[in-house]
Ligand binder design. Structure first.
Ligand SMILES: [Zn+2]
Length: 157
């Protein structure tokens, strides 16, 4: 997923914006967690020079985020819980068209669920022109509708 992580994080944060989860820290932590795993792109480009797929980095290991979620629950830290939930959502979305390793040994799955063939010179253009981009655009559209509806229900001060 290229552009869909932020609106997906917004949708998750909005859906959980009630009861225990209703907290600005939780809301923004989910939003941050939804995009923070891709900060490894800096390492990917600057240090590794694109030699290793960034999905193989620790930042794209669901186990890391599950462990952070566990510690967040133990410590009742809304910040940790939110970041972990957002990042786990990121892992799920990245699994659609990219390799993300879930589980261990015989009980592992590395995806992707959909293979985007290299139809263009640059991989980004192959993704942009693949039907999978419609999912990302739909996330933006739905998030936009939810954003407007939330503003109507809870006007900003
Ligand atoms: Zn990612």
């Amino acid at each position: 997923m290229i552009i869909g992580h932020l609106p997906a994080g917004y949708l998750l944060a909005s859906a959980l914006d009630r009861s225990f989860f209703r907290d600005p820290v939780m809301f923004w932590a989910i939003m941050a967690g939804a995009v923070v795993p891709d900060l490894d792109m800096l390492w990917f480009h600057v240090v590794d020079g694109g030699a290793v797929h960034h999905h193989t980095y620790l930042t794209h290991d669901p186990t890391l985020w599950a462990a952070i979620l566990f510690f967040g629950l133990v410590l009742t830290s809304r910040l940790l819980i939110g970041v972990a939930l957002g990042a786990l959502l990121h892992m799920v979305l990245d699994t659609i068209a990219g390799p993300v390793s879930w589980g261990w040994g015989d009980f592992s799955f590395s995806g992707p669920l959909v293979i985007v063939p290299p139809t263009q010179d640059h991989w980004v253009m192959s993704f942009v022109l693949h039907w999978i981009m419609l999912i990302e655009l739909a996330l933006w559209g739905i998030a936009g509708v939810v954003f407007v509806m939330r503003r109507k229900l809870e006007p900003m001060e």
